[in-house]
Unconditional design. Structure first.
Length: 481
């Protein structure tokens, strides 16, 4: 890729430190037994906490301490074997006094939450329950962002290759010309996803164990063998290895078969599924509607944004340099079927996004008053800007490159030209040179917005959904006054 294609990514990377934020973890107590702040007449036989997500038994703990911070339970606390949303510990007969339930949990996506809540035997006072977690760090956001970029490039490039390039009447010679860039782009995406996966394993292990990077070697085998994230990660690495093998076999053949490309796309989509299974949607279980909808949302977004990047990447290589006019016209013609595919993907993306927003946010008030809701709105705003730029490129610049004489008679081209005027063509250039220059600028801006939207998507995976605030309020409502 040329240097001009790198600066949008560098610019967005420079903004990532502004996105690091303190957040609750992603598993939060829903209710407890005894209830928060309850003054009991008799000692309870056990304490239980019900959480709003599945917990990892290997990294979740609970204990009960007295006013002197001495542990008073039977030291058998842990996750319930039959219900992994329940944390419990048995108690011996306790004397009157104030007691504190201290808990620390890791949910299926690897985020750690710690907190405590009070109850008393006999008369006692009430304190608000506490829940805290470490802030999302810059490395965590950066690795997640790279993962989204790599997935989008991978799925978009393969989908573009299969659904567009092979179905458009490009000259055989022109198709051979774009094969090598396609292969390099796909391999670069595979490498990026693999590196991001390794980085995510290291950082998730650090997060689960609550230790420093130097201490993760002891926790790493436990994460891989005993946690949901570890099992999903091993499947992900296996799929990346299989995709690399298929890429190598395709490279050895003279032509790319549609079946081989379909196999590559299927494997890439399964890699995206492992991302869903290690995120918010997995809180409801692996085989659930939220997982299916989130996976569809991720794949549709990757086909669209990755396809935009692939189309722009190829146009940068073959439209602007001299001597590639035949390929350039063929790629400009690709915009029509790509637009149809993109329209289906955007519609699917928006419908699935509305479902996810309803599930994770819960109310309009939470959408405009919580960090998760505001970040979601910012991401949606960027998506609409990308759609606007893509529409200008599709219905103004590309028709003028493909067939200038025929395009000037189109109503949309005339309308956009009148509205944009010199801002679309620029000054001090021939009309043809101005169109090509502006198209290059619009594509770069489009890339910046896509990369920024993916950065916000990475931030959303480290922010607690707004539903956790409702869970916190629900927990406090169990207090008896």
């Amino acid at each position: 890729m040329n240097r001009s294609a790198l600066w949008p990514a560098l610019l967005t990377a420079a903004l990532l430190p502004l996105m690091a934020t303190t957040a609750w973890g992603h598993a939060f107590p829903d209710h407890s037994e005894p209830r928060v702040g309850w003054a009991l007449l008799t000692p309870p036989p056990r304490v239980r906490l019900w959480f709003d997500g599945m917990l990892e038994p290997a990294f979740s703990a609970i204990k009960v301490v007295d006013a002197d911070n001495q542990q008073v339970d039977n030291k058998d606390g842990g996750v319930n074997r039959s219900d992994h949303t329940v944390l419990e510990a048995s108690l011996p007969p306790l004397p009157s006094g104030r007691y504190r339930i201290v808990w620390s949990v890791v949910d299926h996506d690897g985020h750690r939450t710690e907190g405590d809540l009070l109850f008393s035997i006999g008369p006692g006072s009430y304190d608000r329950p506490r829940a805290t977690s470490a802030p999302a760090t810059l490395p965590q956001l950066f690795v997640r962002w790279l993962n989204f970029i790599g997935l989008s490039m991978l799925i978009g490039a393969v989908a573009f290759h299969m659904l567009i390039a092979r179905s458009v009447a490009l000259p055989y010679r022109g198709f051979e010309t774009i094969e090598q860039p396609f292969r390099r782009l796909e391999l670069s995406s595979i490498v990026l996803v693999a590196l991001a996966s390794v980085g995510e394993l290291i950082l998730r292990t650090q997060m689960m164990s609550g230790g420093h990077l130097a201490q993760i070697s002891a926790a790493l085998p436990v994460v891989l063998r005993q946690t949901h994230f570890g099992a999903v990660w091993l499947v992900r690495i296996g799929l990346i290895g299989l995709l690399t093998l298929v890429w190598g076999l395709r490279r050895m053949t003279a032509l790319q078969s549609r079946q081989a490309l379909m196999l590559s796309l299927s494997i890439a989509a399964l890699i995206a599924l492992t991302t869903t299974l290690s995120g918010h949607a997995a809180h409801w279980g692996d085989l659930t509607m939220p997982v299916l909808i989130d996976w569809i949302h991720l794949v549709a977004g990757a086909i669209w944004t990755g396809g935009l990047f692939t189309l722009g990447f190829l146009l940068q290589r073959f439209v602007f340099p001299p001597g590639a006019e035949e390929v350039a016209r063929g790629l400009a013609a690709v915009s029509r079927p790509f637009s149809r595919m993109a329209a289906y993907c955007v519609f699917t993306l928006l419908v699935a996004g509305l479902f996810n927003a309803w599930l994770q946010v819960g109310s309009l008030l939470s959408l405009i008053t919580t960090p998760y809701g505001l970040t979601l709105l910012a991401k949606l705003f960027l998506v609409w800007l990308v759609l606007a730029l893509a529409a200008v490129n599709r219905y103004y610049f590309l028709p003028l490159i493909r067939d200038p004489a025929e395009a000037r008679d189109r109503l949309l081209v005339k309308t956009i030209g009148r509205l944009g005027g010199v801002r679309l063509v620029g000054t001090g250039r021939t009309e043809e040179g101005g169109i090509r220059h502006r198209l290059r600028q619009f594509m770069r801006l489009e890339w910046i917005l896509v990369i920024a939207a993916l950065a916000l998507a990475a931030l959303l995976t480290h922010l607690p959904p707004a539903r956790h605030i409702l869970a916190h309020q629900h927990l406090e409502q169990h207090v008896l006054h």
